[in-house]
Write a protein that binds this ligand. Sequence first.
Ligand code: M6R
Length: 394
Amino acid sequence: METETKPLFLREVMEQPRVLANTLAQYVGPGYRLKMGRPPLDEDGIRRISRVYLTACGTSYHAALTARYLLEELACVPAVVEQASECGLHQQLVGPSTLAVAVSQSGRSRETLNALEAARRKGAATLALVNDATSPLARAADGCLTTLAGRVLAHSSTKAFTTQSLVLALMAFRIARARGLMRDTYLEEIQALGRIGETVRGTLAKCRGQVEPLARLLNAHSHLFILAKGSLLPMVYEGALKLKEIARLHAEGYSAGEFGHGPLALAGPDTPVALMAFSDARYEAAAFKDLARSLRSRRVPLVLFAEDGPRKDVELLTMADCAVLLPPAPPRLRPLTAILPFQLLACALGQMKGLDVDRPGGLLNGSRVPDENGGHPDLPAGSPSGAARGALDS
Ligand code: M6R
């Protein structure tokens, strides 16, 4: 039971099992049929999508990145993700057969709204993924999907990220089905998503104690690189954002493969490197070990995030100065669980430094469009209305 004295940030982290289960229940019907709230396209329109363009800012941008892998892998549809503040280059690819998805917890980020409007002018079907179905972004889009993250009070996003990533995964499955690409294995994956609440609860419980020694190690340093591969990359970008914002640690998420092409020069005894070494592929596991050996030879403090269980890589573990072991999760759930230790770590390190984790102060004034209800536009907001709950069975 969370007490009132806990920071809002931590309370929202611990709410994730419940809000993820609620969000899932909104979209997955009996027999694992997928429902879409207010779809921007009919079945035929979904079939004819030639490209998905996703746009967002900050944490929501990292959630949008998780969708790219799924859309291309499951639904075989090319997907580009553009930071709304950089909206331009990829908009050249947007046209009438594009589905443009704008992701925003508040539904009020000015740049995300502008990017959605630009895509609409190019003839794209527009979809808002928001936590507030009454927000300007939801009203501006042809269709709307909502997360059921509940009221967001902490300034730094946690439950918004995981619920957005979950809905985007379901959207990818839904597009795959409309395009006749729904394989039997996908059904099993959707069933695995059905256990998201308990999986996330178990991961939070297992990681909570483990992040304390890691926070102590990082408290002695000013920089951190966090490396991953493939679909886990958005998690290290988001993990680095949380550490910057909440714990004022200069952290960078980076591709493990790219790290050896220059940035390795910065790693040394004063700059720890964390590896998110979840791997089923033998060549990847070998590459992680080579990298770990090279870092050890430079006396780089090495941190490991890995899965526990019989398949854990003992050789890699023995090279680490500090490790956080997560319970094993089905591959499709990993992106949703892999972010959790970073949220807990950011909170533990921020508190260790005596920071107010509920007031990180990293949001530029004026970044939100005004709130019609008179609230301050730059404060987090968003309580989902029931409007989008009347989901249409498809
Ligand atoms: O409400 P939005 O999702 O549009 O907000 C976008 C970003 O400002 C937001 O995700 C920000 O990066 C987070 N609060 C950081 O924790």
